[in-house]
Ligand binder design. Structure first.
Ligand SMILES: *[C@@H]1O[C@H](CO)[C@@H](O)[C@H](O)[C@H]1NC(C)=O
Ligand SMILES: *[C@@H]1O[C@H](CO)[C@@H](O)[C@H](O)[C@H]1NC(C)=O
Ligand SMILES: *[C@@H]1O[C@H](CO)[C@@H](O)[C@H](O)[C@H]1NC(C)=O
Length: 368
């Protein structure tokens, strides 16, 4: 533990000596001088995800951007949900009128038997109520809030009263699955999304909207039809060859935090940090890391159960945005950084040198 503490402090010092990597782009109204606070599925650590209430709470808690996953309904509208199947996150099973809607589809290589958005109209889906499917999170809002439609999600972002801009971050989720069904309607999930975005005024390269997907073909298709910044989601690091290729049609990457700070899953100790962000930046790709969660089981032991330490680590390495289930913690951390930065800027080096020396002394004592 002591070694890791030293390592983190040293990494912090080294990173502090070099300026933070500049963001490769700035979108209208969004901060460009610090990483973006991206509320993952809304303030999903506190309220059932992908509800208007969770998105609104994220805005109140200081998020810059609210993120949403999309699925298509039977009437070819977009609804916000992490999965296109509904049993885990809604009360659909208790709606007897929908008993006959159970279907089996192959999604992403898996055969899934469940209730699927594509077999419900948006009005039908609005009669369902969301539930928290993570047992360790607050269950007291189960049955309270409906699913959010894409239009309602956008309305939350646009409903800003004090001059703040809230960005949106929609994802084409399992587009292969939807497009196989949508072919009969002569449309695609991508066309439905781009048409909806256009209707809401998101058309420019600087519009406060990132469009994300794990599906490269989906992004390639959209890159020929929109100027909006596209984000390629990848759970693994990429070679320079792949980064060069992705940079021809995307403006950034959404990547698992493990590709940046590798953690041993058994001991939950940091093994090493990678050069992935620097390499992505060298191809003009910005990097947004996922998913930051306050609960202890998601934090490397090195952080001492303190989510601020994890944020600090990633910000110092140069991340351009953080997807978090707890946007309140991240906005508080950003405030803290801003205050601390102005307080110590002229004494930064001696301060960091002193802290390093103290940590060495501490680690020496702690070890024996
Ligand atoms: C839905 O979930 C319930 C448990 O909450 C389960 O009993 C039921 O079999 C599930 N139905 C489908 C279609 O998966
Ligand atoms: C818009 O903001 C007002 C005041 O903050 C709030 O009462 C209303 O519910 C909001 N509407 C949406 C769609 O977020
Ligand atoms: C299918 O859609 C394309 C473009 O969206 C359009 O040009 C074409 O006419 C449509 N075909 C039919 C049969 O509706």
């Amino acid at each position: 533990m002591a070694k890791s503490a030293v390592f983190i402090l040293l990494a912090t010092c080294v990173a502090s000596l070099s300026a933070l990597s500049p963001l490769s782009r700035s979108l209208d109204g969004l901060p460009a001088d610090r990483p973006l606070n991206i509320a993952h599925r809304g303030s999903s650590g506190m309220l059932p995800e992908h509800t208007v209430e969770a998105y609104q709470l994220a805005v109140q808690q200081g998020a810059d951007v609210i993120e949403c996953d999309l699925a298509v309904t039977k009437d070819l509208l977009l609804v916000c949900t992490h999965d296109s199947w509904l049993n885990d996150t809604t009360d659909v099973a208790s709606h007897l009128e929908f008993r006959d809607r159970v279907q089996t589809y192959r999604v992403d290589g898996r055969r899934i038997t469940d209730y699927f958005t594509i077999d419900f109209t948006l009005d039908e889906l609005k009669t369902l109520r969301k539930k928290q499917d993570r047992s360790y999170r607050d269950q007291t809002y189960n049955g309270e809030f409906p699913m959010a439609s894409f239009d309602e999600y956008v309305a939350v972002a646009k409903n800003v009263t004090n001059g703040r801009t809230i960005g949106i971050y929609p994802e084409t989720k399992n587009p292969d699955f939807f497009n196989s069904i949508l072919a009969a309607h002569n449309t695609t999930m991508e066309e439905i999304l781009l048409e909806s975005l256009q209707r809401h005024g998101y058309t420019e390269a600087t519009s406060p909207c990132f469009v994300q997907s794990f599906d490269e073909d989906s992004l390639r298709f959209m890159s020929g039809r929109t100027e909006l910044p596209l984000i390629y989601l990848t759970p693994v690091g990429l070679t320079n060859t792949k980064l060069a290729e992705i940079s021809t049609f995307c403006s950034g990457l959404g990547t698992s935090k493990d590709t940046i700070v590798q953690v041993n899953p058994n001991t939950m100790k940091i093994i090493q940090t990678s050069d992935f962000i620097d390499r992505a930046h060298s191809y003009q790709l910005e990097v947004h890391a996922y998913t930051f969660r306050n609960e202890d089981q998601f934090l490397a032991r090195d952080y001492g159960s303190d989510p601020y330490r994890e944020y600090e680590m990633f910000v110092e390495i140069g991340v351009d945005g953080l997807f978090t289930d707890f946007p309140w913690s991240l906005s508080r951390h950003m405030e803290y950084r801003a205050l601390r930065g102005s307080a110590i800027s002229s004494h930064r080096l001696p301060y960091l040198a002193l802290m390093t020396a103290l940590t060495f002394a501490f680690s020496f004592n702690a070890r024996y």
